[in-house]
Design a protein around this ligand. Structure first.
Ligand code: ADP
Ligand code: MG
Length: 469
């Protein structure tokens, strides 16, 4: 895909060099629309689908203006959930390598206040957080927003859906009047337009087409009755054999049921829905990203905004009643110029929803028959990796290099047999080749260990266990 280079923007050479290191060779369409006015200091309302690169569209503007020598909170980014705040903070940290020593702090619920207060006392340049927790800090006067130059409302539609409006209004009033405000949203209905109008000063509105070009995502529709759909999903997976699949269901109950059916057949499938505990959600996303889980079955709410890359296939186990949601779902595949495949199941009485999709996209859909898939399907294949959870993380001064060292040393694995390593505050997760993992980890247990569930890393005993999918 031909896109405008970042070098057409007035950015410092060091900043541009870092973008190139990140593999950002050209702007995505939303970045090309947003960045020139953002760099000029204008307020902005931007609407674009998930995965279009919105974080850098505001992040580059925010960082460009930031003065690292001034120890004050100069940028505030509000996000609806902790996961999204973590994702945005990580992306900003990557972008900030081109600026120098920039301290980026996340303030979200679900974790203790005290360490957040301590970090705030040490000073930060940018705060990324959820409205509830930011409000709490303002209430305790542990957060000073009086120096904020750039205020970002990310996924504004979802924040208002979640009832955060009052918190947001309170937080905005704690920021200086003279500031730049950027609002990003996947949808931009009138109620949000009215509700947020007073936060923005003469904003420019940009929207990037949310329809995908037909050439990029191939869509196939299958007519299947309600009782047959879980079995149909299994058949589709056996036929297409994708490495990573996101399957959407309209309800939490169906999510769980489909994931269970698939697991019973030998697929590495997990369900992601709203009411999971935060740690469960985090672990599921780690397992999906490191290829220990190959089918993630999710509700729309749970999957919204998550940066899940490299999807071969999206399956709609239930067709959505909302054509815009349908387009968002299938937009998870076929990103960045790659071709994608979207498979949708619809019962005869759901064809009315498919007709809405046709109207919305302006083309008629292609119906296929399950029988086309043939009778002789391969057996279900489990995911290529399994995840070892080590009960020790940053707090225990465990680093990815230490873990890799133990695995390629004492455990006898090759570098290729070790996948992604995620080190969090208290736990570490490492993906290992499914065939070698158990035998290798047994070697980390030595005679002096307090029990069979311990392994030695850098001369210290850590409890560890496999997360089963
Ligand atoms: P959104 O917020 O619109 O859902 P993100 O900001 O999370 O999207 O970006 C989606 C993915 O695309 C991220 O992994 C990000 O690193 C990557 N990305 C963003 N901009 C570019 C670019 N210009 N070139 C290549 N990759 C990019
Ligand atoms: Mg985003």
């Amino acid at each position: 895909m031909q896109s405008q280079p970042f070098t057409s923007l007035p950015l410092a050479p060091r900043f541009l060099a870092n973008l190139a290191t990140l593999g950002y060779h050209g702007m995505t369409p939303i970045q090309a629309e947003c960045l020139p006015p953002v760099l000029e200091g204008r307020d902005l309302i931007a609407q674009a689908k998930t995965g279009s690169g919105k974080t850098a569209a505001f992040g580059i503007g925010l960082l460009h203006k930031l003065n690292p020598a001034w120890f004050a909170i100069q940028g505030l980014v509000m996000c609806p959930t902790r996961e999204l705040a973590d994702q945005v903070a990580n992306e900003l940290r990557r972008l900030a390598r081109g600026v120098g020593n920039v301290k980026i702090l996340t303030l979200t619920g679900g974790v203790a206040m005290r360490p957040q207060i301590a970090s705030l006392e040490h000073g930060a340049h940018i705060v990324v957080g959820t409205p509830g927790r930011i409000r709490d800090h303002l209430g305790r006067a542990t957060l000073d927003l009086s120096k904020v130059q750039t205020l970002v409302l990310d996924e504004a539609d979802r924040m208002t859906d979640m009832g955060f409006y009052d918190e947001i209004a309170g937080i905005v009033s704690a920021c200086p009047e003279r500031r730049q405000t950027l609002l990003f949203s996947a949808t931009y209905p009138d109620d949000i337009r009215y509700a947020t109008a007073k936060f923005l000063n003469d904003p420019l509105e940009v929207a990037v087409e949310s329809l995908h070009s037909a050439a990029q995502i191939e869509q196939r529709f299958y007519e299947v009755g309600f009782e047959g759909r879980d079995e149909a999903v299994a058949r589709l997976l056996k036929h297409y054999q994708p490495v990573s699949t996101l399957a959407f269901c309209n309800t939490k109950i169906h999510c769980r049921e489909l994931a269970e059916t698939l697991r019973a057949q030998g697929f590495s499938a997990l369900a992601l829905y709203g009411e999971l505990e935060q740690q469960e959600r985090d672990e599921i996303l780690v397992l999906f990203a490191n290829r220990s889980c190959s089918v993630l079955v999710a509700t729309d709410v749970a999957a919204r905004g998550l940066d899940i890359a490299n999807l071969d296939v999206v399956i709609n186990a239930d067709v959505s009643k909302d054509p815009e949601v349908h387009v968002h779902r299938i937009g998870r595949t076929g990103r960045a110029g790659e071709s994608g495949l979207a498979l949708t199941l619809a019962a005869p009485n759901e064809k009315k929803w498919v007709r809405l999709v046709e109207e919305y996209q302006g083309v008629s859909v292609e119906w296929h028959k399950l029988e086309e898939l043939g009778e002789h399907l391969e057996a279900a294949a489990p995911a290529p990796m399994v995840t070892l959870c080590i009960l020790g993380g940053k707090k225990a001064k465990l680093r990815p290099g230490d873990i890799l060292g133990a695995l390629t040393g004492d455990a006898g694995l090759t570098k290729e047999q070790v996948g992604k390593i995620n080190v969090t505050e208290f736990n570490s997760y490492v993906a290992l080749d499914r065939h070698m993992a158990h035998a290798a980890i047994a070697k980390l247990n030595d005679r002096g260990a307090p029990g069979p569930e311990f392994g030695v890393i850098k001369g210290r005993y850590f409890k560890m266990r496999f997360l089963d999918v």
